[in-house]
Design a binder for this molecule. Structure first.
Ligand code: NBP
Length: 477
């Protein structure tokens, strides 16, 4: 009789196949399955020698190949396909078996699936996985959520598969039900903001200072050695430096400026709107992609609303440093907002998320991995009570140091007619946050005028309404 497998992976497109190979390379015996057998056969033919695989051709065969309690990772297209696969698996499973969904599921779907499966005594883990195909193979960052009992059973396997930084695996139990997929969703939201900020810095260098892609690549390569040291800055330098084989010009100059999106940034923004958390950087990044996706409208507007040609400016070290500072300060705001969203969601859904732990597991494997996350991890360890990441001493000092340059960059962009929605909205958030008294008093006055929505006063407790159209007197309500 064939030896039973430690782990099953069903869904063998790029992510599932690489994750299965990762597990097999780490010494796990992996049963593999895919709806269409070609993918299974391809995986075994190309990579079967990399470890102990058990190829299976049906769901029955797949489930029977696993040791009990079974642990199955589903890596299929998120949405209905995940429900379809669960429905196919369940009749063959026993109580105590574990299903792990490693796809990019919407956290509310994960909550529903966890509830439905718990009723049948099947444990369900919603596990966010970041790192793309390379990460899945070499070691991603993994964000599992679900019952503690399920985590304890899968932990020895998945922590082996995750990348480690300073000996700590980038994989930890995030919390119950949808916590893991929520954390992954906010990770992706922050990734959107990070990329938009990088694109705005690039646009300023290109449009205001007339720099060539190759020169900008050198700037990003230099930035990658300091506070901004991160995977995204590193690959920005690589992408900008790439020459197009067909035309000999920079490849980036030949790529259409229409950004696509798969939905996790939009979900992050939607959830933030529901929770009332101001995540301006992520939301602006989602909208910037939406605007980029309207080329016909933009082409018409470029003609009808054309901007006067800009006087060519020269970028010296001071100008480059100014843009760097604006990028760094905006990045701090974007992360502060993302972590606040996690904090609010944690309270709303009863997850008890550990923000320092999240920063710890984002230090490697994932797309937003950065030296910066070490600082966030340290910040939560020593100043967990700060009401915002922006008020932790390291980030407070960083943002204050960069503040003047940040303002100068936003002014320059506005004067030049170059859109910097993320830089500008981060600055607006910063200015709004540090105003002890903002203008919302007037909003309350207006709301009370037209809708008798009432207001509270600084000088006394209670809720008040002014009888505006009547005699103008104030009443306590
Ligand atoms: P895809 O998202 O392209 O999904 C393809 C897989 O889903 C194939 O194995 C396909 O089987 C299977 N599938 C579909 Br579609 N409908 C099915 C159904 N009704 N029943 C059973 N299987 C079905 O694959 P991927 O890009 O490898 O991503 C897998 C998951 O990982 C997704 O949820 C994705 O969001 C997530 N993810 C992707 C990345 C990334 O960088 N790509 C990163 C992190 C997470 P078939 O071969 O028979 O058609």
């Amino acid at each position: 009789m064939t030896e039973l497998a430690d782990l099953g992976v069903t869904g063998l497109a790029v992510m599932g196949a690489n994750l299965a190979r990762n597990a097999a390379r780490k010494g796990l015996r992996v049963a593999v399955h895919n709806r269409s057998n070609e993918r299974t056969e391809h995986l075994l033919a190309e990579h079967g020698h990399e470890g102990a695989f058990v190829g299976t051709r049906s769901v029955e065969e797949f489930v029977a190949a696993l040791s009990k309690p079974r642990a199955i990772i589903i890596m299929v297209k998120a949405g209905q396909p995940t429900d379809d696969v669960i429905a196919e698996l369940v009749p063959h499973l026993d109580e105590g078996d574990i299903i792990v969904d490693g796809g990019n599921a919407l956290f509310s779907d994960t909550r529903r699936r966890e509830r439905e499966l718990a009723a049948r005594n099947i444990l369900f883990v919603g596990m966010g996985i970041s790192g793309g195909e390379e990460g899945a193979l070499e070691g991603p960052s993994m964000m599992p959520g679900g019952a503690k009992a399920a985590w304890e059973r899968i932990a020895p396997m998945v922590t082996k598969m995750a990348v480690s930084v300073d000996g700590t695996p980038c994989c930890a139990h995030m919390g119950p039900d949808g916590a893991g997929h929520y954390v992954k969703m906010v990770h992706n939201g922050i990734e959107y903001a990070d990329m938009q900020l990088i694109a705005e810095a690039y646009d300023l260098m290109r449009t205001v200072y007339g720099m060539k892609a190759k020169e900008i690549a050198e700037v990003f390569a230099t930035w990658n050695t300091g506070d901004l040291d991160s995977y995204l800055i590193e690959i920005t330098a690589i992408v900008l430096a790439k020459q197009d084989a067909a035309t000999g010009s920079a490849l980036v100059d030949m790529i259409r400026d229409e950004a696509e999106q798969k939905g996790t940034g939009r979900w992050t923004a939607q959830s933030a709107l529901e929770l009332g958390v101001p995540i301006t950087a992520i939301t602006e990044a989602v909208f910037a992609r939406a605007l980029s996706g309207r080329p016909a409208q933009r082409a018409a507007a470029a003609k009808a609303l054309s901007h006067a040609p800009m006087a060519q400016r020269k970028a010296g070290p001071a100008e480059i440093a100014m843009i760097r500072d604006a990028l760094y300060a905006s990045k701090i705001v974007a992360y502060a907002q993302g972590f606040e969203q996690l904090e609010v969601a944690s309270k709303q859904y009863g997850w008890d998320l550990d923000l320092g732990l999240i920063a710890t597991i984002w230090r490697g494997g994932c797309i937003i991995r950065a030296a910066f996350l070490d600082r966030i991890k340290e910040g939560y360890a020593s100043h967990a009570d700060a009401p915002s990441l922006l008020l932790q001493p390291y980030f407070r000092d960083g943002v204050l140091k960069a503040e003047q340059a940040w303002r100068d960059v936003v002014i320059l962009a506005v004067q030049s007619g170059v859109a910097v929605p993320a830089f500008a909205s981060c600055l607006a958030y910063f200015d709004g946050l540090r105003r002890e008294r903002g203008p919302a008093n007037l909003l309350q006055g207006l709301r009370d005028y037209f809708g008798a929505h009432t207001y509270r006063r600084f000088d006394k407790e209670g809720t008040f309404h002014t009888r505006w159209p009547q005699d103008g007197s104030e009443v306590e309500v």
